[in-house]
Design a protein around this ligand. Sequence first.
Ligand code: NAD
Length: 280
Amino acid sequence: MKIPTGQPALTLNTGAQIPQMGIGVFKVEDAECERVVLDALEVGYRHIDTAMIYLNEQAVGRAIAASGIPRDELFVTTKLWNSDQGSETSAAALDQSLELLGVDYVDLYLIHWPAPLRDEYVASWLVLEELHHKGLAKAIGVSNFQQEHLERVLEAGSIVPAINQIELHPGFQQRPLRAFQEPLGILTEAWGPLGQGKYELSELPGLSDIAEAHGKSIQQIALRWHLQEGVIIFPKTVRKERMIENLSVVDFELNADDITAIASMDADRRVGTHPDDGNW
Ligand code: NAD
């Protein structure tokens, strides 16, 4: 895809590029979501992260259509929900998402959770490989997978996941999992890059000082840190001024001391569900 001028991008294992910054629409209701995505597109975002379970794919699709932006200038991700996992149901789930989104393909299709008690993620992965070969998903990946889940997929499949989308923020940095993924070329996407607002980022010792030194908000420091760590982000906000604030982190830099200081803030502060427990 064409990356917006001035925005960083990473290269997926398919050779395609992904804008490192996008907009996430978790918990944005259908009625509001079209306006939110249109605002995001207007201020310069070209990467949208949704999921079947967010129940807003249709609104995302309406915004894409109304924007008039050519399809190949957008990066659209959606996810396979747990109850659609399995060899018989996964392909139909993507068909439904494509129809709701009003697109012929997604740029990235993810298995949303391993849901280990269902034990269908390996079978689902083999279906995703077929969907990729058919061109319906330009890239395929996983979300909330731990090392053991990735290992099973790598053993059974013939495609290495392009992405693992995991909870990640300065208080929960996921170093061991990222170290496992990196040599395999699996890129990391962060969900909850601001800790979902479930703890005050200012509680992390020293983060406020870094924000003050750069004349930026503490949220901007957290987002900028992800970009410099090589992590893809799509912070969620429904407010246009915050969309602008978040996107503007592309044009300043944290120095080596800042990066070292933030590395020391890793404190196992998981705010979401543990992947082993996401068996809904
Ligand atoms: P987030 O860390 O992006 O936090 C969102 C919260 O931060 C919102 O309450 C918002 O009001 C606030 N916020 C945003 N910008 C701000 C700013 N500049 N200043 C102050 N507050 C600000 O959490 P998230 O929405 O859970 O994660 C981002 C995206 O990741 C989601 O929208 C979704 O697309 C994806 N996600 C995926 C999974 C998964 O299981 N794969 C789980 C959760 C989220």
